[in-house]
Design a protein around this ligand. Sequence first.
Ligand code: SF4
Length: 75
Amino acid sequence: MRIVVDLVRCQGYAQCCFLAPKAFKLAGEEALVYHPNPDDAQRQQVLRAVAACPVQAIRMDRLEEPELAHETGSV
Ligand code: SF4
């Protein structure tokens, strides 16, 4: 899984740090640092953090999803 935080939007509320402390940490008073590729074992915590962020700053992508580019229809 891959996460991206919009650090311009992030207001340092730290909900994500409480809910997924292995993926998100506050450095100093408002600077968020995060693990961009947290272990899948943290999926539930990260999902809760995404849902709890009051400014929807966290985006989560699944790296393991198969590509959807293959079309099987005939020409
Ligand atoms: S919950 Fe959202 S606003 Fe708060 S620190 Fe995390 S990413 Fe930033």
